[in-house]
Design a protein around this ligand. Structure first.
Ligand SMILES: Cc1cc2nc3c(=O)[nH]c(=O)nc-3n(C[C@H](O)[C@H](O)[C@H](O)COP(=O)(O)O)c2cc1C
Length: 355
């Protein structure tokens, strides 16, 4: 039985325990997408979580969907993220920057170039999104041309290089939650007729090409990917119908010797074990809404190498210490999950003094 508090060698470093911070968008970047000083403070405060997976970060102008999310493709972005990486490292943590291209889950008002969003196919996500003028429906996206798909893959690789230049320990490709990579995987969002659509192999091709391009750019040991089989967000309704694709994808990703596969898990544990087996490398597991008394259960049962926690980590900078001594937890303040700019509900969660 593996103990949650035992160290784990992952890629090129050793983590002090088997918890991690799940990626969480906080919408507090500067207007040009540069993370500010508060971001460095926020991540630095949480460094005892060991592996910190950053908020979704766009690899290009097209990749942005929400207001005030950070980017990692300009010199200013690199400088901002360097402050974050330095703060995390100074407190003994590791930082993977999550590369999030939102695809069709975008509104032109929220992007630097104000263009129509791009996606595998011209099919709307069917949702509303917060903009400076309130909630607006996301428009029908434009289908990427095949050469634009290749350019988008190159954008991921470029962003990955810039993340490493900023001092990140690696990147996590966001292949979950209805964003661009997931849109390519899902038959209801991908109705392409080129090599990126149609068969299961073709729909998995974009994810695999992105993973390969990123691994070639920065090394497979610094490359990770997050998937969410069956998660119905952003207009995707794959349910269990895409299970064979995920089995295939996990097996192909497994051949790349990546740092880890991160699963946002809502399906059966039997399916999770199939995916873990097919991938064969380190598995990070996020079980949404995991109760406190279940923390460590998947590591103990051998279903995961690392358990990633989201909102508990958001609200408790000293979560590891609190769990170890059985202290009460702060409640996350949802009103400030994404609120622009300020420290409130961001860097002002109190820590306990166990001394
Ligand atoms: C405020 C907030 C922002 C989130 N942003 C992201 C994101 O940028 N990328 C991502 O993959 N998941 C994102 N998630 C999902 C979390 O990573 C996680 O899957 C979810 O919160 C469930 O885990 P939990 O119950 O431990 O919080 C977000 C969740 C929250 C609460």
């Amino acid at each position: 039985m593996t103990d949650l508090w035992s160290p784990l060698k992952l890629a090129t470093f050793t983590l002090p325990h088997r918890l991690a911070m799940a990626p969480m968008t906080r919408s507090r970047a500067k207007p040009d997408g540069t993370p500010g000083d508060l971001a460095a403070e926020y991540y630095g405060q949480r460094a005892s979580l060991g592996l910190l997976i950053s908020e979704g970060t766009q690899p290009s102008d097209d990749g942005q969907g929400y207001l005030a999310t950070p980017g990692i493709y300009t010199d200013a972005h690199v400088a901002g993220w360097r402050n974050v990486a330095d703060a995390v490292h100074a407190s003994g943590g590791r930082l993977f920057i999550q590369l999030m291209h939102v695809g069709r889950r975008s509104h032109p008002d929220n992007t630097p170039h104000h263009r129509q969003p791009v996606a595998p196919s011209a099919i709307a996500a069917g949702e509303d999104m917060f903009t400076m003028t309130g909630m607006l429906p996301v428009p029908v996206p434009r289908a990427l041309e095949t050469d634009e798909v290749r350019q988008t893959i190159a954008d991921f690789a470029h962003a990955a290089r810039r993340a490493i230049e900023a001092g990140a320990d690696g990147v996590e490709i966001h292949g979950a939650n209805g964003y661009l990579v997931h849109q390519f995987l899902a038959p209801d969002a991908n109705q392409r007729t080129d090599v990126y659509g149609g068969s299961m192999e073709n729909r998995a091709r974009f994810a695999l090409d992105v993973a390969r391009a990123v691994a070639d750019a920065i090394g497979p040991e610094k490359t990770a990917i997050r998937l969410s089989p069956g998660v119905p967000t952003g207009g995707i309704a794959e349910g269990e119908t895409n299970d064979d694709l995920y089995r295939h994808l996990a097996a192909e990703l497994g051949k790349m010797n990546l740092a880890y596969l991160h699963i946002l898990h809502v399906r059966s544990d039997a399916f999770l074990e199939e995916i873990r087996h097919a991938f064969g490398g380190p598995l990070v597991l996020n079980r949404p809404g995991r109760p406190r008394d279940q923390i460590g259960a998947d590591v103990a049962a051998g279903r995961a190498d690392i358990e990633a926690l989201g909102s508990m980590a958001l609200a408790n900078p000293d979560l590891v210490q609190r769990l170890k001594i059985g202290a009460p937890l702060n409640e996350p303040n949802r009103a400030f999950f994404y609120a622009g700019g300020g420290a409130e509900g961001y860097t002002d969660y109190p820590v306990i003094n166990a001394a």
